[in-house]
Design a protein around this ligand. Sequence first.
Ligand code: COA
Length: 329
Amino acid sequence: MAIKIVGTGSHVPSRILGNHDLEKMVDTTDEWIRTRTGILERRIADASETPSEMALHASRRALEMAGMDAKDLDMVIVATVTGDRIIPSTACILQKKLGAQKAFCFDIQAACTGLLYAIDIANAMIAQGAKYKKALVVGVEKLSSITDWKDRNTCVLFGDGAGAVVLEKRKSSGDIGGILASKLASNGCHADILQVPAGGSEMPMTHEVLDQRLHTIRMEGQEVFKLAVNEMVKACNHVISEVGISVGEIRWLIPHQANIRIIEAVGTRVGIARERVYVNLDKYGNTSAASVGIALDEIVRKGLLQRGDYVLATAFGSGLTWGATLLRW
Ligand code: COA
């Protein structure tokens, strides 16, 4: 019996940082950001909006859609690179806020691919038998806390938010929905091209680290761009051929929302018509592990998915990590 997504939810902070605001902060223009990235604005969390708080709002919405009580969850997995604290996990902090007493809880770190990794982990754990039945998976980021607001190469790209899904074994054999295939991959040889150098045990925080802003994101944008497109296309083709459907049957491609040029290149090379490629990057920028979850929730709540529709999600991020998941709604 397949495992399916039975609820989705998302949350973004209310504060909007537009491209014109960024013009006052670094040497950039609205025109450059729009044409090079497709981003018009992004959401920025305030001090009280911790990742666990954003995750809490998104999770409550997903649980409500699923008609599920947090008390009944068997597991809570949070994908994030910007958790509330180094320890404990944000999943444990979320557990307390949700009242998910029965669940075991942990974070995973696969950067922007985190939600796809976490969904696959939950899927596999539920599929293995009767031990675990109900999972909450959240991708959440407060990237504004690790953004160098003086670096125009990166600060225009990122935003904050949370996307959540609830997974459960489907209840009847007449239900055709479920997660059909996933392809996850990594290549640590590219670890240095997208990183936060300091704050871990290799380079603990010091005054010098803060002065040099080494606790913020460092990126070789063009290198990431090339690898991202190639690897996401391969991962998408992999899951499509594994399931054995034609590309034309896919209702929505949900790509990680990093750059409109990356999104369009992936859509074109996989062969999915532009109107079936979901984009909300203009409103939120790159929200890392949250991005696919926020997009999926928007699609669901706008009524853009019918029962039985095929949805292909793909993502890439620091590591490098990447992957694709094909599901049926
Ligand atoms: N405003 C104005 N100019 C900017 C700028 C900004 N915000 N950021 C960079 N530039 C400048 C550069 O300094 C460079 O100037 P130069 O030619 O005088 O050196 C010029 O614009 C072109 O820079 P380049 O890096 O070649 O631009 P690009 O077309 O590759 O776009 C990215 C840059 C970052 C938008 C693009 O490479 C990208 O999106 N890469 C993928 C990044 C990503 O997705 N990361 C997250 C992974 S999950």
